[in-house]
Ligand binder design. Sequence first.
Ligand SMILES: *Cc1c(COP(=O)(O)O)cnc(C)c1O
Length: 363
Amino acid sequence: MDFIKAEIDISALRHNFRQVRKLAGRDTLVCAVIKDNAYGHGLLPVAAVMADEGADSLAVADLSDAEKLRSAGFKLPILNISGILPCQAADAVKLHVSQTVSTFAGLLALEKAAKKQNKCALVHIEVDCGMGRLGVPAREFSPLFEKAKGFKNIFVEGIFTHFPSADTGIPATKKQAGLFRKAVRQCPSNIIYHSANSAALINCRETRMDMVRPGLMLYGLYPEGTEKKIKLKPALSLKTSVIMVKKAKKGDRVSYNGTYRTMKDTELAALPIGYGDGFSRLLSNTGEVIIRGKRYPVAGRVCMDLTMLDIGKHSGIKPGDEATLIGKNGGENITASEIALKCKTIPYEVVCGINKGIKRIYF
Ligand SMILES: *Cc1c(COP(=O)(O)O)cnc(C)c1O
């Protein structure tokens, strides 16, 4: 892994945050979503940039991330947007995390833990308006909220929902936002109401409410179909170096199962990166890599730690040359979205899939 690095452009992160702020408007809180190692960009460094840019809170999906943030000295409010087991309630209270709750059992566990610590448990109740994941079904919200009010050591700081298709389903999203408003219409106004992820923030004004929760766009990646609506800067580049170049004859087979045959006499370059590092095996025979400002096709199967390219006879490529798997090189640019399309997935999975052991370099 030594010859693979993920470079993170801090000025791009700053630019993207400012775009969020602009869209959200002055009166809307911004909760920067940095779950899953900040979408592969590195939890603590990204948190530091977001805090410096004036994020109002940070969202994680695992209490262990909240613990890392608190240990590193972050004082910002932290929202855990995922669920916890009753046995984790004490940690949530201790870490002063605003915890997502959607059940009575969840409230009870937090109330007990908070009482024991002589503290208040901060709670955001999630309402399911069509996501079908966590969240209390909208029709069951009111009784749950009433119960929450009865607990002395619980403070309902927020109420939120999450949209399943704010990227491709704007009318459905508007409807779900309406459902959410209807479910909470009797609740006090000093609670923080929130719903918008990146796609909703870009596509659908009425989802902004008191706070927005963008993730993807902070990293410069576009929710599907939003490329023309906003200008973001991708923050992450994935690079390695060519470790070997060799000649191949017309008809030679390359990599496992010989799925690639050279069309003519050519040269092959080997890269020390494979699916074990997060360069998907689905890129076998379809992916491309940029070297010296030119794209070259992946030849044959991507292996666990190696990938071969067909570089032709006259590329001039030598071992040690930089190879760009994600990002810009010369006039060429490979985005996480391009890779996602080839792998039949979303850019989220491409950046989250970059092995945690790969060095992140910030500039
Ligand atoms: C991941 C997540 C977000 C951020 O979504 P993006 O599409 O990355 O902007 C917001 N809210 C919840 C509940 C999430 O799980």
